[in-house]
Design a protein around this ligand. Structure first.
Ligand SMILES: Cc1cc2nc3c(=O)[nH]c(=O)nc-3n(C[C@H](O)[C@H](O)[C@H](O)COP(=O)(O)OP(=O)(O)OC[C@H]3O[C@@H](n4cnc5c(N)ncnc54)[C@H](O)[C@@H]3O)c2cc1C
Length: 419
């Protein structure tokens, strides 16, 4: 796929889904590429490993929607609720939360939705050739995505998100209890209405997706160095490389794709992004043979049940904690009790628990741009709840920016200057 060999070395910081997709696309462009990351691509140390695997070209509903201010206190006070915030961590999270709430204004929400769909609509189109080339096409399914409601009137309460999707050309079907049961007999009869999006896809093992793309990139000559980037190495105001614990790796260009840990590298080139770790958890039940086919979003309790290669996975929770705080496994226990409720009678023995750091911006969309004032630094982080689906497209955009070609989508939505 390489167009031509270019005499330029690019260092990518971070080997999550964003970093490996970028590295692979840069190699296709003929760049010499080195990826720096202390952890194994596709391993449990990455957010990209443990997510719900949703690949939704129609995803355009931001996390902060009109009415959120009324809902947040209840969510915070409910110990089983979808948001976790310890009082101790309030000063750390408050400025971000205030921006988050400000983004719930109707005019902002519509603008953000345009940015979301701009990025997400190509997710499957960009993944398909990639997974074929990487030999893991079996990972991607096109079974659709279901929102399941316990309240039979639930879909009416979601009228705004349904109309936002329809306005952007996304197919949406509202289901009654019988239709939902027919589509997905595995879930409990307590779920009494559904919203089905038939065109959405899913990945059966996000960790294997990352490791397969990393292996593909390595076969094209990309090198992976197990090290931690400490700083951008600057000379006379220009970035010349990346400093790690073993010295400076020289680079003609640097891509910042360190997920939730990208902030300091962006700040080094004068870009301030309100980025926070929105910690999420999953539990995977290796023995639960529920027959579940599609990714099911529990609309009220806000978790996702997904049929994965390794078993049934329930994931969710947004927990705001200082980066140094250890995992709070009570959040995973909540998911176990949700599993008992959604899949009564399923074999839930041997649950595997995991925590990961979503790179969250307060407006649900990432930063993807050449850093203003630093033409050899590309920023590609902040994909929040949607980085798996954002990976394939972001990789392509990074390569287009590096090659100096027009980007295949409008990336004005993703400029850091919006903050
Ligand atoms: C519970 C849960 C469910 C989710 N469900 C979905 C879903 O269904 N669909 C979807 O699209 N998204 C989903 N997401 C979000 C998605 O997982 C993330 O947006 C995505 O993984 C972010 O990818 P990334 O490459 O930016 O970050 P990461 O995967 O975290 O990778 C960043 C990498 O940077 C490395 N790094 C950090 N600091 C340094 C440093 N100093 N030097 C070198 N390397 C460094 C890290 O080690 C890491 O490997 C979910 C997330 C969670 C937590």
């Amino acid at each position: 796929m390489a167009h031509m060999q270019r005499d330029e070395k690019i260092v990518v910081i971070g080997a999550g889904i964003i970093g490996v997709c970028a590295a692979n696309a840069l190699a296709d462009e003929g760049f010499a590429v080195e990826v720096i990351d202390p952890v194994v691509p596709g391993g449990p140390g990455q957010c990209s490993y443990g997510n719900a695997g949703g690949l939704s070209p129609g995803s355009c509903v931001p996390n902060s929607m009109p009415g959120i201010l009324r809902q947040v206190p209840g969510m915070l006070l409910d110990p089983e609720g979808p948001i976790g915030l310890r009082l101790l961590d309030l000063p750390h999270a408050l400025p971000w939360l205030m921006r988050f709430v400000l983004n719930s204004r109707r005019s902002r929400v519509e603008r953000i939705a345009d940015g979301m769909i701009e990025l997400n609509r190509l997710t499957l189109d960009c993944y398909e050739p990639l997974v074929k080339e990487a030999g893991c096409a079996d990972l991607i399914l096109h079974h659709g995505q279901l929102f399941a409601y316990e309240n039979p009137e639930g879909p009416e309460g979601s009228a705004l998100s349904i109309s936002m999707r329809r306005a952007r050309g996304v197919r949406v079907e509202v289901l009654d209890a019988a239709q939902m049961r027919e589509l997905e007999p595995a879930i409990s009869a307590d779920y009494r209405a559904g919203v089905f999006l038939p065109e959405q896809g899913q990945c059966r093992n996000p960790g294997r997706l990352v490791s397969s793309i990393a292996a593909l990139a390595a076969a094209k000559g990309v090198t992976f160095t197990r090290a931690s980037a400490r700083a951008l190495a600057m000379e006379q105001g220009r970035v010349r490389g990346v400093a790690t614990e073993t010295g400076v790796t020289p680079a003609d260009r640097v891509v910042v794709a360190a997920g939730a840990f990208s902030g300091p590298f962006a700040r080094a080139v004068g870009v301030r992004v309100p980025l926070i770790s929105e910690r999420g958890y999953h539990v995977t039940f290796p023995h639960a043979r529920t027959g579940l086919r599609v990714n099911v979003n529990a609309a009220e309790r806000k978790f996702v049940a997904a049929p994965m290669e390794g078993g049934l996975r329930l994931s969710g929770t947004v927990e705001f904690a200082r980066p140094s705080a250890g995992p709070n496994w009570r959040r995973a226990e909540i998911l176990i009790s949700q599993a008992r409720h959604m899949f009564p009678g399923a074999d839930l023995r041997g649950a595997e628990r995991w925590m990961g750091n979503r790179p969250g911006t307060p407006d649900s969309i990432p930063v993807i741009e050449t850093a203003p004032g630093h033409d050899n630094v590309i920023l590609a982080f902040g994909h929040g709840h949607q980085g798996l689906m954002g990976g394939s497209v972001t990789g392509r955009l990074v390569a287009e920016l590096a090659a100096g070609r027009p980007t295949s989508i409008d990336i004005s939505h993703f400029r850091s200057s919006r903050f």
